[in-house]
Write a protein that binds this ligand. Structure first.
Ligand code: BYC
Length: 474
């Protein structure tokens, strides 16, 4: 069982002290990370004691140890899942060969690109969320925000370790770049579009943790299959932390819907103005936020037909999430049916399965997203109301891939640009919806209270009371 070495400057279970030049390189990057955290991480609260979970070993008993610490004292470290010396590559042309413990020369640049893209999202999300502490709906939620933030910081460390340890000088340069690009920066933005969207209100934050962190889950699951074993082991451990982020999303949306239903029941009405004047968020507006963040997150899977994805699969670098579920792990002569746009018409088409890997992953993701909607719809039904949440068509509002070439409504019908622009404010949050949401974002710091628009949590963190003072404000 790997134990983390907490005595070292950088906690790790990779025997960092035995590789002095790597250790020095990472110790050189560490103060740059700390500066970035100070400048681009959560605004304020850096001296507050926060009840946080820290990994102290990678086995199931020890990866979550809880206690109050200040965020800058969080022990960001490098943790890889256990090594299995007999592990074999599970898919693609090299299936059955031993996994690589070093970067295979031919695939250096594609691997580096995958790691940099993954790494870029982690600090991006912290930057996107940096102002949210000032409008937290409760102390419990404030603590969850910061837990997510410190863990995204750790995920950055995970990718930076791989760049430093396996990619030499260009890896070190890429690691610097991860701190230089910034979310929303006009000159030097983050790589993927969703990570440049502003997250200035908590409704967006909880949608992001439900929809965008779930993309993270699927991308990490694909990378956890990699034949490049250090990447696979890194991602396996990251997935344990990622689960909490999605749980924040799912339970927070449930709490928001619960509050709305409480107001609807009390007033026996589904009127937007009655719900809004009681300080809750009408279901139609929640649906608009779902439409926005779901459609934005779909782009993160890349194009439906992708030679990049085919190359990554063929060469054993990036698999499908839960590769074991498939019968054929080589897919060298199989086809997959997708929809395509031909002369402005939607037509079915068969493409080589390897080229459809992004689409296959996206479809698994969509199924997973539906689970929460079913739960929220059950809540609505149980309370006797008729509204049903649904995911918009995967063709709606896409910027990447086949569907980015035309405009579609939320049902997947091709529509004119004019019609799209005329209707868009009824599909995603309009300026006035955003203003309304902004008006609700009032900071609540009394541990016994929760903002008007969201119910109190059902249970506390790590069996603590829901009213526990999770953050000691300075
Ligand atoms: N925005 O063949 P294509 C997470 C580019 S989230 C902008 O379609 P490919 C997290 C692409 O780079 C998970 N550009 O796509 C969540 C390519 O450019 P080049 C992050 C995009 O390469 C919450 C071109 O379009 N994980 O962890 O098969 C909080 C054509 O590419 C986008 C990863 O990203 C886009 N959305 O796949 C914190 C995993 N999509 O090369 C964290 C690693 C595509 O022609 N990355 N492009 O210049 C990958 O696996 C792949 O890079 C992608 C794209 C899935 C992103």
């Amino acid at each position: 069982m790997s134990k983390l070495n907490y005595q070292e400057k950088i906690p790790n279970n990779v025997n960092l002290s035995e590789d002095l030049s790597l250790q020095r390189a990472l110790e050189n990057w560490q103060p740059k990370f700390q500066n970035w955290w100070k400048e681009m991480g959560p605004d304020g609260f850096q001296n507050s004691e926060i009840y946080l979970r820290t990994a102290t070993s990678v086995d199931s008993a020890g990866w979550a140890s809880y206690g109050k610490i200040k965020m800058p004292d969080y022990r960001w470290g490098i943790f890889l899942a256990e090594e299995n010396k007999n592990k074999k590559i599970g898919f693609g042309e090299y299936k059955g060969k031993p996994v690589w413990t070093q970067v295979p020369g031919d695939y250096r640049s594609i691997l580096r690109r995958l790691i940099v893209t993954q790494g870029d999202t982690e600090p991006a999300s912290v930057e996107q969320q940096r102002m949210l502490g000032k409008t937290c709906p409760s102390i419990f939620d404030l603590r969850n925000l910061f837990q997510v933030n410190v863990e995204e910081g750790r995920h950055l460390w995970a990718m930076v370790y791989l760049l430093h340890a396996y990619f030499g000088r260009d890896g070190r340069e890429e690691a610097e770049g991860l701190l230089e690009r910034h979310s929303g920066d006009i000159d030097n933005p983050r790589i993927l579009r969703t990570f440049n969207e502003p997250i200035t209100d908590w409704v967006s934050f909880i949608m992001f943790t439900y929809f965008t962190d779930r993309d993270g889950k699927y991308q990490l699951k694909s990378l956890a299959e990699s034949g490049f074993d250090p990447l696979a082991r890194t991602c396996q451990f990251m997935l344990t932390e990622e689960a909490h982020h999605m749980q924040v999303g799912e339970t927070s949306i449930s709490r928001m819907v619960d509050k709305t239903l409480e107001i609807m029941k009390k007033n026996n009405s589904d009127s937007e103005s009655i719900i809004r004047s009681a300080g809750a968020i009408d279901l139609q507006t929640i649906q608009k936020y779902i439409n926005f963040w779901f459609s934005s997150s779909l782009d993160l899977f890349g194009s439906e037909i992708s030679t990049n994805a085919a190359t990554a699969f063929a060469n054993g670098l990036k698999g499908r999430p839960d590769e074991f579920k498939y019968d054929n792990h080589v897919e060298d002569d199989t086809y997959f049916e997708i929809e395509d746009l031909v002369n402005g018409k939607i037509k079915n088409k068969k493409i080589p399965t390897r080229n459809a890997m992004n689409e296959i992953t996206r479809r698994s993701y969509i199924k997973d997203c539906e689970i929460g909607l079913k739960r929220w719809n059950r809540m609505i039904q149980k309370n006797g109301f008729e509204f049903t949440f649904s995911l918009p068509s995967e063709k709606f509002r896409r910027s990447i891939g086949i569907w980015s070439r035309e405009k579609f409504d939320i049902y997947g019908n091709i529509i004119s640009k004019e019609k799209f622009e005329k209707n868009i404010s009824s599909w995603i949050p309009s300026e006035s919806d955003k203003d309304f949401i902004k008006g609700l974002m009032i900071q609540v710091t009394d541990p016994d209270k929760t903002a008007s628009w969201i119910s109190a949590p059902m249970r506390g963190i790590n069996n603590m009371d829901i009213n526990y003072n999770y953050v000691d404000l300075e």
